[in-house]
Write a protein that binds this ligand. Structure first.
Ligand SMILES: *Cc1c(COP(=O)(O)O)cnc(C)c1O
Length: 400
């Protein structure tokens, strides 16, 4: 009897998502080497990764930690934000940017974004800070988020922060390698402290991971201490009792990063310029492909900015001559492209809406942006054929 011929099904087209890590054999070798060694955590790879970050960003201090959210929590703790304090945060960001204020009892106050940069609007920040200050509130910090990889207008934010004595925090989780007026974010030129994430969709990954960059030595020391239970071991202290002795001086956490994650980070960081160049190539391709599109508007880059393209964000008038967003996303998914939205304005979330009622009139740009935005595949390993497929599929699904 003849065996039934097995016809192998055609391999499914790889699902194209908005972001994906790029791991190569060097990364794997570097991690394996550390796994074979003596230190899984609190070993020498931590300082090596921190040194590599200092060098890449041109920052005085780098402190790595468990993830970007932990990094933000460390900032809030180290800067001693307290109940009653206010921190200014953009309406369009990932939840973690504002949640860190709530972890320490401070109040995040949201401000609308600029329609071109999609980052916090300095004119609105100024208005809000002036009003809150006049009401006797203490505005401790202004947090900028370089959305999608486009830098905030840092000089404008800096001048407001200086006038009101607020700390300037850069949530640069989207923006490794971005330049603002020629200087790298995280270099210490633009903000007092810069927050990074090494989640797999970001430019450089350690699986989970985060880092803080600052030129303020005391702040770096406090961040480092809080990262590991708030303890210090100082043999020169007058009350030093012996080699077992450590003293808890702050209420800290265990937000450490492991050595093998740092190994991955070191190996990934060596390739960051290549990753960034590839992201820019992809952005150029999309810019040209969608330039004459009837449905899609491409992102804007200000002349003073170098975009890092963590995300490639298109805008579309969903439901007006094209399918509504739900139908459009479903059609694209059925053809192997999983689109995403970055982000639903934070204050719309139930938790925030209940605790902090907001006035939609203050957020016209953020709300309009939310109704129009879509993030399409953007990561270094996308090939030319993938990009052509994305453009073709989006145009077809829009015209359907
Ligand atoms: C990814 C991200 C974070 C949090 O980083 P995790 O490492 O996922 O905790 C914070 N802010 C922004 C803007 C992010 O994109």
């Amino acid at each position: 009897m003849e065996a039934k011929t097995q016809v192998a099904p055609a391999p499914p087209r790889r699902l194209l998502t908005y972001g994906h890590q790029s791991i190569d054999e060097d990364d794997i070798r570097t991690v394996a080497e550390i796994l074979r060694g003596d230190w899984l955590t609190q070993g020498p790879a931590i300082e090596l990764f921190e040194a590599a970050l200092r060098q890449y960003f041109g920052a005085q201090h780098a402190v790595v930690c468990a993830n970007g959210t932990a990094a933000l929590h460390l900032v809030a703790s180290a800067l001693d934000w307290k109940p009653g304090d206010v921190v200014i945060v953009p309406a369009i960001t990932f939840l973690a940017s504002s949640n860190c204020c709530l972890y320490v009892g401070a109040e995040p106050v949201f401000v609308d974004i600029d329609p071109d940069t999609l980052t916090i609007d300095p004119a609105r920040v100024e208005e809000k800070v002036a009003r809150l200050t006049a009401q006797g509130r203490r505005v401790r910090a202004i947090m900028g988020v370089d959305l999608a990889g486009h830098p905030c207008d840092w000089p404008a934010l800096q001048s407001i922060a200086k006038r009101y004595g607020a700390t300037l925090v850069d949530d640069a989780c989207h923006a490794i390698g971005a330049l603002c007026h020629g200087s790298k974010l995280g270099s210490g030129v633009h903000a007092d402290v810069t927050v990074l994430s090494f989640h797999p969709v970001k430019h450089v990954t350690t699986g989970e991971g985060g880092a803080l960059l600052t030129d303020d030595g005391e702040l770096a020391q406090r961040l480092r201490r809080l990262r590991s239970h708030g303890t210090v071991r100082n043999p020169d202290a007058p009350d030093w009792e012996g080699p077992w002795y450590s003293d808890m001086v702050d209420l800290g956490y265990n937000y450490r990063l492991t050595d093998f994650q740092c190994g991955l980070g070191i190996s990934q960081l060596r390739k960051v310029e290549h990753f960034l160049a590839r992201r820019r190539e992809i952005a150029n391709f999309y810019d040209q492909a969608f330039a004459g599109s009837k449905w899609f508007r491409t992102p804007t880059t200000m002349p003073w900015a170098r975009h890092a393209y963590h995300l490639y964000v298109l805008r579309a008038q969903f439901g007006r001559g094209m399918p509504d967003r739900r139908a459009f996303f479903a059609a694209c998914l059925s053809r192997g492209i999983q689109l995403q939205v970055h982000y639903r304005p934070v204050m719309l979330n139930s938790y925030y809406r209940t605790r902090f009622p907001y006035d939609p009139a203050e957020f016209t740009t953020s709300l309009a942006y939310y109704s129009e935005t879509l993030s399409i595949p953007m990561y270094p390993s996308l090939e030319r054929a993938d990009l052509e497929y994305v453009v073709e599929t989006l145009e077809e699904c829009a015209a359907d």
